[in-house]
Design a protein around this ligand. Structure first.
Ligand code: V55
Ligand code: FE
Length: 496
């Protein structure tokens, strides 16, 4: 044997951990594939681009391990036109990505914890830009709640850079879940841990249809914690504040950025959009838990009461696949249920009503975005249902879905699309059939992981009959790393 072959030096290797193994393994491929294979027919009305973000680690972790949500932002784009589909995937050129590529290794340590970084990473923006593809004022962004938006070229997916809305963004952070007001065209957004580190301050922003922050207000939360999503109705903004706590003393000690502490109260903040934070009302929940994501918020006048309904997925446990429970109470992540929390804004009551919208567990909620902030009849989400097929093995971000579900609240009817053996659908994104089609008349786009084939498909379902199976299956020749949130941009807005 030659000297070289017996060398014991190891090259670049990801550790043998769940988050780097098998179907979860980093993909790291920046691909351009023209004319993907299509089973069925892509509806010609679907002319535009589907964008979505994922967390696809560029390098093995500096500390030998990491959490799923700390991977480098990889944006996926599937352009649909005249029944054809083209794929493009690109890493977001964040400052972190560029510095680590230059060093040919990881320089950043654990999630949002600069005290665990390599000294050479000091002062470099840790944005991973890995959570939400967001389109507003004709711009495409990759959002991460720890950082400012990253602006991307919607045609090439080239990174343009960090964006501060022409100097009007005061925080160093920005949510991955802004809500676009379908009536005014404004985006309502927020930021927590606003200096880029521990803080009780939460900023609320209104972004005009031409991309300037026209209103910026700050309120103080009872403790510094994760605020991942929020809810907006026509007249109110609502936050569920839950004890996924950020404690700077722990962070300084190299401990995780968040921990679950059920001894702190779960609370709701309700802010009238017109009066703003000076009219904030706080409610303390008689139970502990965490909002995972929200469907919608809407208002209703009933029997002289002014009701505000918050429709969201809520779980009694923390998110222990990512962050520890410091009291050691929950050893298993509990599944989220869809809950409707109802507040009478005409009364001074400090309590609110809670009921289940439906009895199916789930996550990654979606409504027809044209009906956001008003009552929606149709609810879409990811779920599992053992009537169709077995649960899949636990993944690094929790249990994978096997189905997409549609709940029609008027008919009280739950429908399922089962993705097939060893197949895991991700977030369903709703696209209307036409601009003025009635609520729910359109398609759901969802990426489906084909685990045994190590590939991904984009599945198009008719949202009015998902149980009938796909209208079209667009087959990727490779796997797209499992990700988070996407958006659809019609060709007329893309300009190409
Ligand atoms: C979430 C996701 C994140 C994150 C914080 O889904 C919270 C919740 C993908 O990144 O950084
Ligand atoms: Fe999210």
């Amino acid at each position: 044997m030659s000297k070289q072959a017996t060398s014991t030096t190891t090259g670049l290797q990801f550790p043998d951990l769940l988050i780097y193994r098998g179907y979860a393994a980093p993909v790291r491929i920046e691909a351009d594939v023209y004319d993907l294979e299509v089973v069925g027919h892509i509806p010609p009305e679907l002319n535009g681009a589907y964008y979505r973000c994922s967390a696809d680690p560029q390098y093995p972790p500096l500390l030998g391990k990491d959490i799923f949500i700390n991977g480098d932002g990889m944006t996926h784009m599937i352009r649909l036109e005249n029944g054809h589909a083209d794929l493009k995937t690109r890493y977001v050129r964040t400052e972190k990505f560029k510095a680590e590529r230059a060093a040919r290794r990881a320089l950043f340590g654990s999630y949002r914890n600069s005290f665990t970084d390599d000294p050479s990473a000091a002062g470099i923006d840790n944005n991973t830009a890995n959570t939400t593809a967001f389109w507003h004022h004709n711009q495409l962004y990759a959002l991460k709640e720890s950082s400012r938006p990253m602006r991307l070229d919607p045609l090439t997916l080239e990174t343009i850079g960090s964006w501060n809305f022409h100097g009007t963004l005061k925080s160093k952070t920005f949510t991955a879940h802004p809500k676009i007001d379908p009536v005014t065209g404004e985006a309502i957004a927020f930021a927590y841990n606003t200096p880029g580190y521990s803080s009780k301050d939460i900023d609320i922003y209104v972004i005009s249809p031409d991309g300037l922050i026209t209103s910026s207000e700050t309120f103080e939360a009872p403790y510094s914690s994760m605020a991942h999503d929020f809810m907006v109705s026509r007249n109110y903004i609502a936050f569920t504040i839950y004890p996924m706590v950020n404690d700077w003393e722990r962070v300084k000690n190299g401990e995780p950025y968040f921990h679950w502490d059920s001894s702190l109260p779960t609370m709701v903040a309700i802010i009238p959009r017109k009066e703003g934070v000076k009219a904030i009302r706080w409610y303390t929940c008689p139970f502990t838990g965490m909002e995972t994501h929200s469907f919608n918020a809407w208002e209703e006048e009933r029997d002289g009461n002014k009701l505000l309904h918050l429709d969201h997925f809520f779980t009694a446990s923390g998110w222990i696949s990512q962050f520890p429970d410091i009291r050691g109470e929950c050893t298993q992540e509990l599944p989220p249920h869809a809950e409707r929390w109802t507040f009478d804004m005409a009364s001074t009551s400090e309590s609110f009503g809670v009921k289940r919208i439906f009895n199916q567990i789930g996550e990654m909620p979606m409504v027809d975005p044209r009906y956001l902030m008003q009552r929606t009849r149709h609810f879409y989400f990811g779920t599992s249902n053992v009537d169709f097929g077995p649960m899949l093995d636990m993944g690094p971000k929790g249990p994978p879905f096997t189905c997409i579900a549609h709940f029609d609240e008027v008919q009280q009817k739950m429908s399922f699309y089962y993705a097939g053996p060893d197949s895991a659908p991700e977030e369903p994104y709703f696209v209307p059939r036409s601009k003025d089609a009635p609520e729910g008349d359109g398609w759901l786009l969802t990426l489906v992981g084909r685990r045994s084939e190590n590939r991904t498909d984009l599945v198009i379902l008719d949202a009015t009959c998902i149980e009938k199976g796909p209208v079209a299956i667009i087959k990727m020749p490779c796997r797209l790393h499992e990700g988070f949130h996407g958006t659809w941009v019609p060709a007329a807005q893309l300009g190409f």
